[in-house]
Design a protein around this ligand. Structure first.
Ligand code: PXP
Length: 243
């Protein structure tokens, strides 16, 4: 079974376009859960461009499934995560100029702040996931850092157009999934996944969770969020090999 975790940042992006109170990502998260998703993902960015501190605190109180908090590896963000205690903290690289998270985390070049932050999170009983490119050096480094989970960045796969490039990216992800499992890491994947390209990702060995945001929230504009979640759940269910 591959679990679907829905990223509701994009609802907050619409709200912040007007700096108003709607649409509320908290309401979205509740509906996403009711539609059958297995978890909610939010990224509290340093510039607070979409998710706000208020969202994080309310969601921590009301989410019944699992709350995944994405943060950059900074002292401020580690402090918030330790206070909020989400079910899992996903460390991601963050650049102010980027539109969305572009590359994977450099686990191999982890700073002292990152190492210390991971140690404290684990000490507080919070699972740690690192969002990395499908690269064996980064996988080994993630394991050395004490992460229990890696989220393999599917952005290059999602952006590939030519069939040979798609195959090449899938092969990289396949190798990375095998390697991650071999060193004891839970295998998650995400970024740029939609109702078409998710099918092949569901074939990755040892895949546990998908984290999907933009395509589901985009579809929800036309279908409503509950239907958009149910349709993605069906895509995943139909494409996942039965074990
Ligand atoms: N996983 C991580 C670590 C992300 O940063 C994002 C985007 O915020 C996603 C998954 C979801 O990506 P998308 O919105 O392209 O589905």
């Amino acid at each position: 079974m591959v679990f679907l975790h829905v990223n509701v940042d994009h609802v907050a992006t619409v709200r912040q376009a007007r700096r108003t109170i709607e649409p509320d990502p908290v309401v979205a998260a509740t509906l996403v859960e009711l539609a059958g998703a297995h978890g909610i993902t939010i990224h509290l960015r340093e510039d607070r461009r979409h998710i706000l501190d208020r969202d994080v605190h309310i969601l921590r109180k009301i989410i019944q499934t699992r709350l995944n908090l994405e943060i950059a590896a900074t002292a401020e963000m580690f402090g918030i995560a330790l206070e909020v205690k989400p079910d899992i903290v996903m460390l991601v690289p963050e650049l102010r100029e980027e539109i969305t998270t572009e590359g994977g985390l450099d686990a191999a070049g982890a700073s002292g702040v990152m190492k210390e932050g991971i140690r404290k999170l684990k000490g507080a009983g919070i699972r740690v996931s690192l969002f990395i490119d499908p690269d064996s050096q980064q996988i080994e480094a993630s394991q050395m850092l004490g992460a229990e989970v890696v989220e393999l960045h599917t952005g290059s796969y999602a952006n590939a157009n030519a069939p040979e490039n798609i195959e090449q990216e899938l092969a990289r992800l396949h190798q990375a999934a095998l390697k991650s499992h071999e060193v004891g890491l839970q295998v998650n994947a995400g970024h740029g996944l939609n109702y078409h390209n998710t099918r092949q990702i569901c074939q990755l060995p040892h895949l546990r969770e998908l984290h999907i945001g933009h395509s589901i929230i985009s579809r929800s504009v036309f279908t409503g969020i509950s239907e958009a979640v149910r349709e993605m759940l069906k895509v995943i269910r139909d494409a996942t090999p039965q074990s």
